[in-house]
Design a protein around this ligand. Structure first.
Ligand SMILES: Cc1ncc(COP(=O)(O)O)c(C=O)c1O
Length: 419
C-alpha cells in the first residue's frame, strides 16, 4: 500500500473554520449528516457578504441604471460601473479590453458565436475546438458552422483526456479563424497549456476564446499576459450569484462584432427603420441587466481577492492530492484524467466497481455528501473514456479533508450495499 502524505490545510495559510463560518449553508446538515459539498464545479456556495450585497441592492437602491436622474439611480449606476472596473482588474484586463456582463458562460459563448462567428466565418474557414469541452463551448460552434459553411476541427485528445498539443500545427492552419478551448476541464480538472495554444493560433492569424468557467474561480488570471482574445466565465461558480457572467474581449474585436440582444439601453438614436448603437460596452448589454447580480458578483470578487487566488489554488491542489491518495487505497475505483496532478485543478471524476454513477451519488447523498453524477455536459469526453457517466467530486476554498474523508467513507458503505 502506498503511504499517503496527507495534506494539511493549515499549510496553505487558510483559516478554514473562520472561512467556513462565512458560508451560511455550511451550518446546515444534509440527511442528518455533516454537509460535505463536493459539487463546486456545478456551482459554488455563497458567502454572507455576497448574499448581503444582493439584498442591499433591493433594500437600499432598487433603481434602474443609466436612466434615472435621481440619487438612487445614479448611485446604482456608479456601483454597476465600478463592478465592471473591478472585474476588469480581477482578470487583468488593460485598456484594450472590455468586460461585458451576460447571464453566464453559456450566453457569453453564444454572444461570440452570433456576434462574431456568424458574421465573419464562411465556407473554407475552420473553427478549432476539443473533445474535452463542456457542451456550452461546443454546441454554439456546431451551429455557427452549420449557419456559415465553416468546418469544425478538433485538437486530438489522449485516452486520459489531455490534449495532444504536439499535433497543434496539423490542426491549426491558415484556414483556422477561431480556436475555442477550455482553461480547465469540468470533468477531469485538466488544464491545457493555453499559452502554447494561443501562440499557435495567433501565428496563423486565428483568434482564441478561452472558456474560463472552471478556471477563473480557482486560479489567478491575467488576460493581458495570456493574450487571449475572449475569456468567458460565470459568477455563480466563483461565490457569486446565479444569472450573471462575463465576456471579456479585446476592444478591436468587440468594435466589429454585432450585439446578441437588441432593444433599449444599447442605442443612442432610433428612427423608424434603423438605430445607432452605443459605444462599448453598452452596445452588448441591451435591456435591464441583472443589476443586483452584478453588484453581488462584485462583492464575490472582493471576497476572493481578499483571500488571494494563489492561496485558493494551492489549497485546492492540496485537497486534490489528498483525494487522489485516499482514492488509490479504495479497491475497484477507476478515475479519469491525467495522472500528472500538476496539470489538474480540484476535480476528481471516477467510477466505482460496476455501481452506476447515479446509484453511487444517491448513496453518497445519504451520507451527507453532495457530488455530481452523469455526463457533466461533456458527452464527447465520455466517449473518449468509453463510459456514459462518472461520479464527480470537485472542491473549493471552503472544503476540508473531512469532506473527502466523508466521500471515501461513503464509498466504503456503498461497497457494503452492493457487495
Ligand atoms: C467548463 C464549463 N464551461 C461552461 C459551462 C457553462 O456555464 P453556465 O451554465 O454557468 O453558463 C460550465 C458549467 O458547468 C463549465 O463547467
Amino acid at each position: 500500500m502506498k503511504q499517503s502524505t496527507f495534506y494539511s490545510p493549515s499549510s496553505s495559510g487558510l483559516d478554514l473554520s473562520e472561512l467556513r463560518a462565512q458560508f451560511p449553508i455550511l451550518k446546515r446538515s444534509m440527511r442528518g449528516k455533516r454537509f460535505s459539498y463536493l459539487d463546486n464545479s456545478a456551482t459554488s456556495l455563497k458567502p454572507e457578504m455576497v448574499i448581503a450585497a444582493e439584498q442591499r441592492y433591493y433594500t437600499e437602491l432598487s433603481a434602474n441604471i443609466h436612466r434615472g436622474v435621481y440619487e438612487f439611480s445614479e448611485q446604482a449606476t456608479v456601483e454597476y460601473d465600478q463592478a465592471r472596473e473591478k472585474l476588469a482588474r480581477f482578470v487583468g484586463a488593460g485598456r484594450n479590453g472590455s468586460i461585458i456582463f451576460t447571464k453566464g458562460t453559456t450566453e457569453s459563448v453564444n454572444l461570440v458565436a452570433y456576434g462574431w462567428a456568424r458574421k465573419f466565418l464562411g465556407p473554407g474557414d475552420e473553427l478549432v475546438t476539443t473533445e474535452i469541452e463542456h457542451h456550452a463551448n461546443l454546441v454554439p460552434w456546431q451551429e455557427a458552422c452549420k449557419a456559415t459553411g465553416a468546418s469544425l476541427r478538433f485538437i486530438p485528445v489522449d485516452p486520459d483526456g489531455s490534449l495532444r498539443l504536439d499535433e497543434l500545427d496539423e490542426v491549426i492552419t491558415e484556414r483556422t479563424k477561431l480556436v475555442a478551448v477550455t482553461a480547465m476541464s469540468n470533468v477531469t480538472g485538466y488544464m491545457p497549456d493555453l499559452s502554447r495554444i494561443i501562440e499557435a493560433a495567433h501565428a496563423q492569424g486565428a483568434l482564441v476564446l478561452v472558456d474560463g468557467a472552471q478556471y477563473v474561480s480557482h486560479h489567478p488570471v491575467n488576460v493581458s499576459s495570456l493574450d487571449c482574445d475572449f475569456l468567458v466565465f460565470s459568477g455563480h461558480k466563483m461565490c457569486g450569484p446565479t444569472g450573471v457572467g462575463v465576456l471579456y474581449a479585446k476592444n478591436e474585436i468587440l468594435e466589429q462584432m454585432d450585439p446578441l440582444i437588441y432593444g433599449g439601453d444599447m442605442v443612442t438614436k432610433v428612427r423608424r427603420d434603423q438605430a445607432v448603437y452605443k459605444p462599448l460596452p453598452d452596445k452588448f448589454e441591451g435591456g435591464t441587466p441583472n443589476i443586483a447580480g452584478v453588484l453581488a458578483l462584485s462583492a464575490a470578487v472582493d471576497f476572493l481577492s481578499e483571500i488571494g487566488m494563489q492561496r485558493i489554488a494551492e489549497h485546492e491542489h492540496g485537497l486534490l492530492e489528498y483525494m487522489v491518495e485516499r482514492a488509490e487505497l479504495v479497491d475497484d475505483l477507476v478515475s479519469y484524467g491525467p495522472t500528472e496532478l500538476g496539470v489538474r485543478g480540484g476535480i476528481f471524476s471516477f467510477n466505482y466497481g460496476d455501481v452506476h454513477p447515479h446509484d453511487a451519488g444517491a448513496l453518497l447523498d445519504q451520507e451527507g455528501v453532495a457530488v455530481r453524477t452523469g455526463f457533466h455536459c461533456a458527452q464527447p469526453l465520455m466517449r473518449v473514456f468509453g463510459v456514459t457517466g462518472t461520479v464527480r467530486a470537485s472542491v473549493y476554498l471552503y472544503n476540508t479533508t473531512d469532506d473527502i474523508d466523508a466521500l471515501i467513507d461513503g464509498l466504503k458503505r456503498i461497497k457494503d450495499v452492493f457487495g
